[in-house]
Write a protein that binds this ligand. Structure first.
Ligand code: DSN
Length: 429
């Protein structure tokens, strides 16, 4: 028996130098950029190893012990470990680790709990909802009857009274909460009360916060929701993919909705990598990372406020902050472009009641899972806020603007060099 487990970079360089170059260039980009996209972080070498393994070769339609292919004994073990670890980490009665993505997980939950045409109540897209929460461009808005709740225009926090009023008026089959740009804790118990009052299922889309839940940095939705969907990348630092946690009595419906309704063969290399990430997420080191991620987001939001970028809702309880940049006389699109020139990766984002189109946007979103994984802390967040502020104020078309962006890029390079990613593996190679 050899110990070859999969990746062989020398073979890739020899057989496909173009793709080998892409891999190297992307590693260089990740190393040389300040990574502030709130939905990204850095998976461990152990996760990447499982992801690049020979498990990618295996078909395994079905579930452990009941597959439509032979030779599944090893991948069964991987899936059983992933399910057991997910259930233990989150205290969930049932877990399905096969969804290829968060969107696939959400599709499966609609299929499990609702019929086409049923009313579904969720946060509107312009207020921080997801495409799969009822956008007309998505299956959720085309095949179901979406009803959108909003945030309060004054506090910019979820208007729970409006949620209840809409629930009473429309009697939705499914109520959804969870957001990609909402920086405050969601009152899951309040959503539970509203769902119970109207006889609706409650689905929490915890894609953004599930890593913080694993690390005990924010309260868990699991005790309150009928179903929790999530991704396994983002702050959880696993492979790109999805997962569903639910009550035991819904388990069979959810499993059948994932396979055979929504998906065919599961990606067993990804399932194994999810198992690795779920084990890592149960460690004290992960809890410290999750809690520092929130402390860093608070420091970054406060620093950006001092730079003239107003945190929506006034701050953050999570890993992300949404900033209204209008006071600087720029739009979100320009801030994203200027930051990109200065080697800072973040994204433009609509703010609630945004007068601009989404492609322009009045805000930007920042998140701290990536920089926290690199070991940065509050001091670095204050420095990063200054760099973002300087980049945002530097118009490359104005005199001196391009030069100033180059200076910021130089400062970014100096900062990220002190916090290298995958440095240990580099040293061993
Ligand atoms: N695309 C994800 C994000 O960036 O938040 C949500 O699906």
């Amino acid at each position: 028996m050899g110990t070859f487990w999969g990746p062989d970079f020398a073979a890739l360089e020899r057989d496909d130098p173009e793709i080998a170059a892409v891999l190297l260039d992307e590693l260089a980009r990740q190393r040389q950029t300040l990574q502030l996209v709130a939905s990204e972080s850095f998976a461990s070498p152990a996760v990447l190893t499982a992801l690049g393994s020979t498990l990618a070769n295996k078909y395994a339609e079905g579930y452990p012990g009941s597959r439509y292919y032979g030779g599944c004994a090893q991948v069964d073990r991987a899936e059983e470990l992933a399910v057991a670890r997910a259930r233990e980490l989150f205290g969930a009665e049932h877990a399905n680790v096969q969804p290829h993505s968060g969107a696939s997980a959400n599709l499966a939950v609609y299929a499990a709990l609702a019929e086409p045409g049923d009313p579904v109540l969720a946060l509107g897209l312009p207020h921080g909802g997801h495409l799969t929460h009822g956008s007309r461009a998505n299956f959720s808005g085309k095949w179901f009857h979406p009803i959108a709740y909003r945030v309060d225009p004054r506090t910019e926090e979820i208007d729970y009274d409006e949620v209840r009023d809409l629930a009473l008026a429309h009697r939705p089959k499914l109520i959804i909460c969870g957001s990609a740009s909402y920086s405050r804790l969601i009152d899951f118990a309040r959503f539970r009360e509203i769902a119970d009052e109207v006889g609706a299922y409650l689905m929490v889309d915890a894609a953004h916060v599930i890593g913080l839940v694993a690390g005990r940095a924010v309260p868990s939705p699991v005790p309150h929701a009928d179903v929790v969907t999530c991704t396994t990348h983002k702050a959880l630092r696993g492979p790109r993919g999805g997962m569903i946690l639910c009550r035991a009595d819904l388990g069979r419906r959810v499993d059948k909705a994932v396979f055979p309704f929504a998906q065919g063969g599961p990606m067993m290399h990804s399932v194994a990598a999810k198992a690795v990430a779920l084990r890592e997420a149960g460690t004290a080191a992960f809890r410290e990372y999750a809690q520092q991620t929130v402390r860093n987001a608070r420091a970054l939001a406060a620093g950006l406020a001092a730079e003239g970028m107003r945190p929506v809702t006034g701050g953050t309880d999570t890993h992300l902050a949404l900033l209204d940049v209008r006071e600087l006389g720029v739009c979100g699109r320009d801030v994203e472009a200027r930051c990109a020139r200065a080697r800072i990766a973040l994204n433009k984002n609509a703010i609630p009641y945004d007068p601009e189109k989404p492609a322009v946007a009045s805000g930007v979103r920042v998140g701290t899972p990536g920089v926290t994984s690199q070991g940065m802390r509050e001091d670095e967040m204050r420095r990063i806020a200054g760099l973002i502020g300087a980049a945002a104020r530097s118009d490359p078309a104005a005199a001196g603007g391009a030069g100033r962006l180059d200076e910021v890029a130089e400062e970014v390079s100096e900062l990220v060099r002190r916090f290298p990613i995958y440095a240990e593996q580099e040293a061993m190679a």
